[in-house]
Design a protein around this ligand. Sequence first.
Ligand SMILES: [Zn+2]
Length: 131
Amino acid sequence: MSTLSLQSFQEQVSELLLRHRSLLDVLSKNGQSNASVIRAVTKAVTECGCIELHATKQTFEPGIDLEQAKEVAGKHVKGELCENCREAVSSELGRNLFYMSALCNLLDINMDDVVQRESQKCSTLGLFNLS
Ligand SMILES: [Zn+2]
């Protein structure tokens, strides 16, 4: 299976982007699509019920290794997304990526570079880059 690069996705979005050429329009659509991702996850909890949220305080001890930290840090999620909710959340994430890509196009930012730099930061900062 071939992987679609962010660059080619970005070019594809650029070609489709006739209606949303205004920066303000794209900015607000980006915010809206982000809220829709949150909404889809929320609905999986409150309307479908395939996942449950059990939130408690997260505590991290300094000096523990990655595996220990993973065990201590609760995900607060019980269960797995059902097929419908997975589809809904994935679809909203895609929409969100579309507008993020559109924003990058308007500001002449390359998404592959963004991912590359963030990945670099992650490997430099390591384990406690949690925020
Ligand atoms: Zn569900």
